[in-house]
Design a protein around this ligand. Structure first.
Ligand SMILES: Nc1ncnc2c1ncn2[C@@H]1O[C@H](COP(=O)(O)OP(=O)(O)O)[C@@H](O)[C@H]1O
Ligand SMILES: [Mg+2]
Length: 228
């Protein structure tokens, strides 16, 4: 599905945020990215989201090497990727409903389909009451749920989530994780950066650990799978 080959990422001349990372995320797999703050989790999500170019090495998505592609050729590839950003990135001048509807509007889906899908999803994440509110008038946890609804509304082939349960109470966090499980069972490839060890234990999937920009450890569960 998506592969990193000896990939490094730099924001400035001196320090590499990621160093020589190689890993292939197979189609239909589910991985966690863990590691201390500053380890490079968000940077890895940016590479996988095709939103930041590598400094060295390459990223290959669905068979396409994407390093040197023009912006215009990235657009159709990016449309297959859903991203939950750590800082939500909601559009403040659009209602909750319209924020979630936006990816469907870009795909020119019918109004009826948009209304049905968006309403159902917003009810499911517990935001039915806030559909017509603006993002800045709801809480951080609610904004996070809007961002999660927006990322899955197009049923992306690859779903990337950067600390998606960071601001959610336990019950809502579990609901979001079980939504990810359902998408995984339907064939979506999933990558979740998280600190939440409880959730990793409860919803068990292979874990990639980053430390100071290096890929340090792949969990034993994954190694066993690899040996088969
Ligand atoms: N936009 C940016 N500009 C400059 N440096 C950044 C930027 N984003 C992250 N970094 C740096 O890159 C390193 C990895 O950060 P990040 O990927 O955000 O780690 P994590 O998500 O694991 O906390 C850190 O040293 C951080 O300060
Ligand atoms: Mg981060």
């Amino acid at each position: 599905m998506i592969e990193l080959v000896n990939t490094s990422l730099k924001y400035d001349k001196e320090n590499a945020a990621l160093r020589d990372v190689s890993f292939r995320f197979e189609k239909g797999s589910y991985h966690y990215i863990t590691g201390p703050s500053g380890a490079g989790k968000t940077s890895l999500i940016r590479l996988l989201a095709l939103s930041h170019p590598p400094f060295q090495g390459m990223v290959r998505f669905m068979g396409h090497p994407v390093n040197y592609l023009e912006r215009a050729s990235l657009i159709p590839l990016r449309q297959k990727i859903g991203v939950v950003y750590q800082d939500y990135r909601l559009l403040p001048h659009l209602t909750v409903f319209e924020n979630v509807a936006l990816p469907l509007r870009i795909q020119r889906r019918s109004n009826k389909e948009i209304r049905n899908n968006v309403e159902e999803l917003l009810h499911w994440v517990g935001l039915g009451e806030h559909m017509h509110a603006y993002p800045l008038t709801i809480s951080g946890g609610e904004q996070q749920r809007v961002s999660i609804a927006r990322s899955v509304v197009t049923q992306p082939r690859l779903l990337l989530a950067d600390e998606p349960t960071g601001n959610l109470d336990d019950a809502v966090a579990q609901k979001i994780m079980s939504l990810f499980e359902q998408l995984y069972k339907m064939g979506t490839t999933i990558v979740v950066a998280t600190h939440n060890q409880d959730l990793i234990t409860r919803y068990s999937h292979p874990e990639l650990r980053l430390n100071k920009g290096k890929l340090e450890k792949v969990s034993p569960a994954y190694l066993k799978l690899g040996e088969r």
